[in-house]
Design a protein around this ligand. Structure first.
Ligand SMILES: NC(=O)c1ccc[n+]([C@@H]2O[C@H](COP(=O)([O-])OP(=O)(O)OC[C@H]3O[C@@H](n4cnc5c(N)ncnc54)[C@H](O)[C@@H]3O)[C@@H](O)[C@H]2O)c1
Length: 303
């Protein structure tokens, strides 16, 4: 056991499987007391089962750590609040809230139903809000705390997961808002865009060339939750971790601007914009053909 998180109380949503489970185990192994939240659902969000969170608590206790299970649905305000309330009643405080819970409902945009859109936004984006909302109120009083959201490289856009990509883009804006709004209360907020072998990544239609294990992601989460990261004043950042690679994403900023006197009209803009302000080519658009070939290869592994 290490002591990177000695004395800290950490809540992890989606901690029953995959990356969240690895985060909960790693946090406990580094000395944290852990609230293990998982609704125990299938990959598309159905069939909840409370034993999923409970089994991770047993694993932590068997290794000599301290943990408590919360099997609530974090897409509800009551579920998010309960995760934080249980941290406070069981362990007296909350130093870190890590929002990992997620589901997938893949469909092309022109076929996507409300039943495919709403639960994905509710689990990822609202499910990060519900926990951040409750955790930030407590952390503000404590004068310290760390929030971590889970985004995806897909926040750049996705061919067949507009719901998921929209939620993941929203999580980045939520994290940056938390970093700004809570800065003066000593609370940091960062996001992770992981690539790791789980049941979720097994569902990706293309071959992932850069991929690692949930334990790699957990190591980054533990670092961001630790005093070492707080000393470096890391906040408002988005990191990718994919096997041996760690990358930081750029902050959004204006790329190029042009100015003209007088009011704008469509024809003035048509004459002005292409040659001055122009466009910023979309990297994923350039990769569409290669992605389609990789998807076809994955569909026909022996071809
Ligand atoms: N695995 C990857 O390569 C990858 C890539 C990009 C982003 N992500 C993100 O990382 C996170 C973890 O993904 P994973 O691959 O470990 O997935 P996973 O499916 O293995 O685990 C997700 C867990 O979240 C739980 N969950 C779902 N809805 C919930 C709810 N409403 N309340 C509480 N728990 C709920 C599930 O029961 C499950 O145990 C997700 O947010 C995912 O979008 C993963």
């Amino acid at each position: 056991m290490g002591n990177f998180l000695a004395g800290k109380v950490i809540a992890v949503t989606g901690a029953g499987r995959g990356i969240g489970r690895a985060v909960a185990l790693a946090a406990a192994n580094e000395g944290a007391k852990v609230v293990v939240n998982d609704y125990g659902v299938s990959i598309d969000g159905g069939e909840p089962a409370s034993e999923i969170a409970e089994s991770v608590v047993k694993d932590i206790q068997a290794a000599g750590g301290e943990a408590v299970a919360v099997a609530d649905d974090i897409s509800t305000m009551a579920g998010g609040q309960r995760v934080v309330d249980v941290a406070q009643t069981e362990f007296g405080r909350l130093d870190g809230a890590v929002c990992v819970a997620g589901i997938l409902r893949e469909r092309m945009l022109f076929n996507m139903s409300e039943e495919e859109w709403d639960p994905v936004i509710a689990t990822h984006l609202k499910g990060t809000f519900t926990v951040f909302r409750a955790a930030s109120a407590l952390m503000r009083k404590q004068g310290t705390g760390t929030l971590i959201g889970f985004t995806s490289g897909n926040h750049q856009g996705s061919v067949s997961q507009a719901n998921y990509a929209s939620a993941k883009g929203g999580i980045i804006s939520l994290v940056r808002s938390a970093a700004l709004g809570l800065h003066k209360y000593g609370v940091t907020a960062n996001a992770i865009a992981p690539v790791a072998r789980t049941r979720m990544s097994a569902n990706v239609p293309v071959e992932l060339t850069e991929i690692g294990e949930p334990e790699d992601v957990a190591a980054l989460v533990v670092y961001l939750l630790s005093e070492r990261a707080r000393e470096e004043k890391i906040t408002g950042q988005v990191y990718t971790i994919a096997g041996p690679k760690i990358a930081v994403w750029a902050q959004p900023r204006e790329l190029r601007a042009g100015y003209a006197d007088g009011g704008w009209t469509p024809s003035k803009i048509a004459d002005f914009l292409p040659g001055t302000v122009g466009t910023d080519p979309m990297p994923m658009l350039a990769q569409l053909e290669a992605m389609a070939e990789a998807a076809a290869r994955k569909a026909r592994p022996n071809a």
